[in-house]
Design a protein around this ligand. Sequence first.
Ligand code: SF4
Ligand code: SF4
Length: 389
Amino acid sequence: MRWLASLSGRQRLWLALAFVAALVIVAVGVMRQKAAGQTGPAAFTVDMSMKEIAPQLNVTGKSLARELGLPLDAPKGEPLTALGVTQEELDHVAHHLLGHRESTLKYYVFAALVLFGLVFLVRLGRPDGSPAAERRMWYPRWPYAAALIVAVALCGFALGKSPNPMEGAVKVFKSFVGLYPSVAEKLAAFLFFAVLAVVGNKLICGWACPFGALQELAFSLPMLRRLKQKKIPFVASNTARCALFIVVLLLLFGIIGGQKGLVVYHFLNPFNLFNLDIETVSIGSTIFAALALSLGAYRPFCQFISPLGFLSWLLERGSVFRVKIDRERCTNCGACIRACPLQAASGRVAGKRFPADCFSCGRCLNVCPEDAIAYGLVGRKPGVHGNRS
Ligand code: SF4
Ligand code: SF4
């Protein structure tokens, strides 16, 4: 609370404006969701054809065929019963696809959380005029923890699994092979997540993604401290994540396997947790392993598997706001490197062009004895924080 009391009048205004703006964004989301008027599930029977059912599930006939275990070129006008599909199989697939229906409101909550994270990191974390000697009270953890809890509760369990950043990255490629009716709609969703990853370095991953938030909260529990000091070599995690992404695309486009439409990420999708729908053993194992490993390792799912984790790492080069090091002040003491749960700070101190992912968690921002590290606008003269004393 000392931090809150130390904020200047200008910073309090920023805090109030950030809250009001976040509330307005969410209120607009609520109105848009009501206007979209999401319909309830229709009754589907095996006497119906894929042509009749698919539009009601917002997928293409090809996508429905794939979900039903039929070849993509199976006749779309035939009753499903003639293709050997049972009512039980159809009910299961319809339930699964209805679970993918997107909550419009969630896009707005994602945007509100990212806005709050950005304002906190850029304007509020360090009270105006506070000298470096007081750095321990800068960037307190509780506003971050509060945002993470909102992400899990609202963007996760309350609003269900879709949309989410992982599916935003995958569905755009699925639409290219004809598994969704509109490429433009999926491209727009991907661009939405890409913009939130770029406006502040990976803010969508660090501050708003519900499964990222669950891992972050698990990692924050005060246990296995020694293990947490050991960082996973970025070259290993990123190579695994990149290789998986390439294999997924090769299978999805039928370049290996010869049949288009296989989506490996489907078997590893931890966001199913938020629909309380653990469809397969592989999904249950992914969720369990990611959360158990998070007790000692930072965001293992994001580091090793997530396609948006990989793509947003590529996009980091274009971030507007991010962690910056003032090279004239930095003495390479290693304090930020020890505070960072990844090899992100070490890459930045070393001036690497492609450092490890930075999730904008803020852990490095209150440890530097030389006052050489800040979260700010890229391109602005290093060391000019705006609020440094
Ligand atoms: S804590 Fe500060 S001085 Fe030490 S390595 Fe990081 S930026 Fe440089
Ligand atoms: S501690 Fe590491 S991941 Fe967190 S903001 Fe700093 S550099 Fe980024």
